[in-house]
Design a protein around this ligand. Structure first.
Ligand SMILES: NC(=O)c1ccc[n+]([C@@H]2O[C@H](COP(=O)([O-])OP(=O)(O)OC[C@H]3O[C@@H](n4cnc5c(N)ncnc54)[C@H](OP(=O)(O)O)[C@@H]3O)[C@@H](O)[C@H]2O)c1
Length: 177
């Protein structure tokens, strides 16, 4: 099978607890002012974002929706009304768009959730990862699928979490995270 080629300008941002939990009932597993401030700072420069239909509909606040032009991944794009700011498309159409857009000035950030992190991780070059020092009280969505080698190129520490920037160094089956 064709091996996915990482896209230089595709990044991903996610926040996990110590068990890899990211969500509960359509919302974040852990809500933190520190993480939200980091999220706003990191995502602000990105004009374009990609996410799953569930995250777009149930999780993202309006302030985030207004910041980016979105690709929203769904198996049923005809069911939804696309606008220039929010285009619903299948995963394969989204990947075609992401490949066309992988040029200077078109950086894109993947905002989740778990299904879309999993589908797009092989194409991602940079991960902004928040790790909470605790375990969520309740969780139903997890992301523990890092299977490539990543190098930490910076970290910011808060009292409840630390936030790292990870760059892909090579693809392998080793798991270092
Ligand atoms: N902690 C974090 O950093 C973070 C970030 C984002 C989200 N979250 C949390 O994660 C949870 C949502 O994650 P999730 O995994 O349930 O949903 P999701 O990844 O946001 O969206 C899932 C939807 O994406 C579409 N999809 C998935 N795979 C597809 C494929 N191969 N082809 C076409 N469409 C596909 C489907 O849409 P259709 O049903 O329309 O076909 C599916 O229902 C929420 O609790 C949210 O708060 C956490």
């Amino acid at each position: 099978m064709h091996k996915p080629t990482p896209l230089k300008r595709l990044s991903m941002i996610l926040a996990r607890d110590l068990n890899g939990a990211i969500g509960y009932e359509g919302s974040l597993a852990i809500k933190s002012d520190n993480d939200f401030a980091w999220y706003k700072k990191i995502t602000k420069p990105f004009k374009h974002a990609v996410c799953g239909r569930v995250t777009y509909e149930e999780d993202l606040p309006d302030i985030v929706k207004k910041r980016h032009r979105f690709i929203i991944i769904t198996r049923n794009p005809d069911k939804y009304a696309s606008t220039p700011e929010a285009q619903y498309m299948t995963l394969s159409d989204a990947l075609k768009e992401l490949q066309v857009w992988d040029v200077p000035g078109h950086d894109i950030i993947c905002l989740g959730g778990a299904e879309i992190y999993k589908a797009l991780l092989p194409y991602v070059s940079t991960v902004y990862l928040t790790t909470f020092f605790s375990v969520a009280d309740e969780a139903d969505t997890y992301f523990n699928d890092f299977t490539d080698k990543w190098e930490s190129v910076g970290a910011t520490w808060f009292n409840d979490c630390y936030c790292t920037r990870l760059e892909r160094v090579c693809q392998s089956t080793n798991n270092i995270i």
